[in-house]
Design a protein around this ligand. Structure first.
Ligand code: MTE
Length: 323
């Protein structure tokens, strides 16, 4: 039993935080309102520019980020929750472990190995991967398979733009991603919780979809280690585990690549893992979710609310069989 059932999440992990948060949000919003009235401007409290004033934020800021139109209207999850309630099993299975133990990890210098069915394989420095691109801020919902969710202002670049630079061949039908294996820095890798290193994969059209984001920051700041520094995937219409952290290798393949959770529990986790309220996990329903910071559950939306953009990718497929 690796991923906790939603019922196993202690109410104490969530409720006091939400109460605390509501109070803090009230204080922040009141302060924002006062500032807006003073300046005679309208209150735009949920844009990332407002985040700059979030006292919780503490990473180095990223310069030159442009706001993109990919932004959901939901209330943002505070920085402190996004960076303290994590799944990153390389650092341990408790939600607090990645923030507690992620400090030992060294995300710089960093290289990404590119291999397989492409014309430009090689070992690329992090800077070579990211620098040629314009960084965008996008506000996405993240829905975890454990039936909780967050709303996160990511900073990243369209994955498609990066992949195209490696010139995939016509045989590239899938893209596989791999994290590092560094047990000295990632204490969870001393235990065989998963088959290390963590691997994930997408069909090439999913990887090329404009929503797929190669992510380097959140809240306008460099990604903290616990959120997948220095570079991770964010695929917002899929369960969170598809959004692999700390990517060290990208491989274009002809065959469907293995994925860590499918390997660990094939009956529970398929290759696609699209958010789907109609398809229950074998041990719990996926109909509802708890937004971190909220008391009451809300309905889970098909494709996590991105159906208009992505449903075409799966036309004609039986989503119950290909879960
Ligand atoms: N990536 C790696 N390398 N290792 C992991 O354990 N966990 C996944 C995903 N990426 C995981 C990973 C899961 S289950 C989730 S829900 C998301 O990361 C959580 O991302 P967040 O902590 O930034 O919210």
């Amino acid at each position: 039993m690796l991923i906790k059932r939603p019922d196993d999440i202690q109410p104490s992990e969530i409720t006091p935080r939400s109460v605390f948060r509501d109070r803090r949000r009230f204080m922040r919003d009141t302060a924002g309102l006062a500032a807006a009235m003073l300046g005679g401007t309208l209150l735009g409290s949920r844009t990332a520019s407002a985040l700059a004033t979030d006292k919780d934020a503490r990473g180095p800021r990223i310069e030159g980020v442009v706001e993109s139109s990919y932004r959901v209207d939901d209330e943002l999850t505070p920085y402190s929750d996004i960076t303290s309630y994590n799944n990153f099993y390389e650092f341990g299975t408790d939600k607090r472990d990645p923030a507690l133990y992620g400090g030992d990890f060294t995300p710089r210098p960093w290289t990404v190995k590119v291999l397989g069915e492409c014309e430009k394989p090689g070992e690329y420095d992090y800077e070579d991967v990211v620098k040629p691109h314009r960084l965008e801020e996008r506000i996405y919902r993240l829905r975890c398979v454990e039936a909780w969710s967050m709303v996160i202002p990511w900073v990243g670049i369209p994955l498609a733009d990066v992949l195209r630079r490696f010139a995939p061949t016509s045989r590239a039908r899938y893209v596989a991603f791999r994290t590092v294996f560094r047990p000295d820095e990632m204490r969870g890798q001393h235990r065989p919780i998963l088959d290390w290193p963590y691997v994930e994969g997408l069909r090439i059209d999913e990887a090329m979809h404009p929503l797929s984001l190669l992510t380097v920051g959140l809240y306008g700041e460099v990604l903290p280690n616990q959120n997948g520094a220095p570079i991770r995937l964010v695929v917002p219409w899929k369960y969170g585990f598809k959004s692999i952290k700390s990517i060290a290798a990208i491989e274009f393949t002809e065959k469907q690549p293995p994925t860590s959770w499918n390997r660990a529990a094939p009956r529970e986790y398929g290759f696609y893992s699209n958010v789907n309220p109609e398809v229950s996990h074998p041990r719990w329903s996926q109909r509802r979710e708890r937004r971190i910071g909220e008391l009451f559950k809300r309905d889970t939306l098909m494709f996590n609310g991105y159906a208009d953009q992505v449903a075409d990718l799966y036309a004609g497929m039986d989503l119950k069989a290909s879960y």
